[in-house]
Design a protein around this ligand. Structure first.
Ligand code: PLP
Length: 453
């Protein structure tokens, strides 16, 4: 205990006094050299706000990175993690156990879509995706259809950074550096169509026919070779791409017709982002597996979870009881600290009705967002649940630079944290936000857009 103040004083003061010592940390998904010339450093966080190392309060328009759905610095989560580390710091879950992951899995099954009652724990969204892909392929093998190994993703999809995830993913920069990826992968077309759906509120009206792409791929490869389709119900990282009305339902129907498993990657849409625990429930379409992470533990301790349909799980339970049923797992699957954080997070979501609150605020959010139409260079606005996107026209030959300038202006001059991907501003605030935060966020973003050429 006596070490606590020492840690805080030593490292926190070092962090605030010597932020120029930045060489060693190779930052992920970052322009390292540019960042280190003009850093953006966060020191603490509470509620809807971060505080920078130079003491400014920054309004959080991104829930950290789509993860802090219950806002920051939640006492209940802090207490749970502190108590847990003092009680049981680590316990293996390979052929061993401790109570928390069992309790947490039951709690998660209660909020999952009906029939998805089995939960496999991971430490991130990327691990959840690779876990789900492996379960899908192994499921078919366990049923005697071992030739079903092909995986279908979608253009512009993001499924994390593992080799499985980038293979089914559809963002060129995440793929092209890393060789051919998994064999036997194909992609559906994406559903972004600004020409027909520009400035639409909520789900796009046009594009249902794109679901028939799956029929095309089945005709090409034959259903007997296809294990699973993985899609994000709403793509986040590619700049918020929404499913056209009826699209997900049609994908489900085609999967059912051919015995193909459907995986929803809900790493960003899970845990209330669209007003229900999962987008699957909001859209009324139930996949066979759901991948999650982020909001599961409110971003506080790394954790992911894969939800598995009972009948998929059942296929693994037919061998001898003494045999391991799934040759897969992580040292930290069901880590005590992550479980403690997730249980406290689920308590907060339930007690504060945060998922319902997202629905209540949705139209106010939508109105505020769409009021930005007409600002310079704004070429599209998209929204669903408490997700928003503002797409800017790209500068000639410099894609992404205009949105980056808006982002930098927001952070340094408007005290607002937004996220940009390409020339799209993507917003995903903590679900605890109130109307005044929505007003402040959009007015700051509007000013930053006006000030950017
Ligand atoms: C849909 C989706 N899948 C997977 C991931 C990867 O999650 P992680 O960064 O936790 O590995 C993300 C991250 O943003 C995501 O948006």
């Amino acid at each position: 205990m006596t070490d606590t103040p020492r840690f805080h004083q030593h490292y926190q003061s070092q962090a605030t006094q010597h932020p120029e010592q930045m060489d060693a940390f190779w930052m992920p998904f970052s322009a390292n050299r540019q960042f280190k010339q003009k850093p953006r450093l966060l020191a603490s966080a509470e509620g809807m706000y971060y505080k920078t190392t130079d003491g400014r309060e920054i309004l959080d328009g991104t829930g950290g990175l789509w993860c802090c759905n219950a806002g920051h610095g939640r006492r209940r989560i802090i207490d749970a993690v502190q108590q847990q580390i003092a009680t049981l710091d680590f316990a293996p879950t390979f052929q061993m156990g401790h109570p928390l992951p069992f309790i947490l899995a039951e709690r998660l099954a209660e909020i999952a879509p009906a029939g998805l009652n089995k939960v496999f724990f991971t430490n991130s969204g990327s691990e959840s995706v690779d876990t789900a892909l492996k379960i899908a392929i192994a499921y078919h093998r366990a049923r005697g259809e071992g030739q079903r190994t092909r995986l279908i993703g979608r253009e512009k999809g993001y499924h994390g950074v593992g080799f499985g995830g980038i293979s089914v993913g559809g963002l060129p920069n995440n793929r092209k550096w890393y060789g051919p990826g998994l064999p036997g992968v194909d992609h559906l077309r994406h559903t972004l169509d600004i020409g027909r759906n520009g400035f639409n509120r909520g789900l796009p009206q046009h594009g249902l026919e794109l679901a028939e792409d799956l029929e095309r791929l089945v005709a090409l490869h034959d259903a007997s070779t296809i294990a699973a389709v993985i899609i994000e119900p709403i793509s986040g990282s590619a700049g918020v791409i929404l499913p056209p009305e009826g699209y997900l339902k049609r994908i489900r129907e085609i999967c059912d017709k051919y015995g193909i498993l459907l995986i929803f990657d809900e790493v960003i849409t899970g845990y209330g982002r669209v007003g229900k625990a999962f987008a699957a429930q909001r859209f009324g379409v139930t996949p066979d597996l759901i991948t999650t992470a982020k909001g599961l533990s409110n971003g506080s301790v790394p954790m992911g979870a894969v939800f598995v349909r009972d009948r998929v799980h059942e296929a693994f339970m037919s061998g001898p009881e003494h045999m391991i049923d799934l040759f897969h797992g992580y040292t930290y699957s069901g880590h005590p600290l992550a479980c403690a954080a997730a249980l406290a997070t689920l308590d907060i979501y339930a007690e504060e009705n945060l998922f319902e609150k997202a629905i209540e605020l949705e139209s106010y959010w939508e109105d505020g967002l769409h009021a930005l139409k007409g600002l310079p260079n704004v070429v599209d606005i998209r929204n669903f649940g408490l997700i928003g996107a503002i797409e800017l026209a790209s500068r000639q030959g410099q894609p992404g630079s205009r949105a980056y300038d808006v982002f930098s202006n927001c952070f340094h001059e408007k005290d607002a944290l937004i996220r940009v991907t390409g020339d799209v501003i993507a917003l995903s605030p903590p679900l605890i936000l109130e109307k005044q935060h929505i007003d402040a966020l959009f007015s700051r973003i509007a000013d930053a857009i006006r000030e950017t050429d």
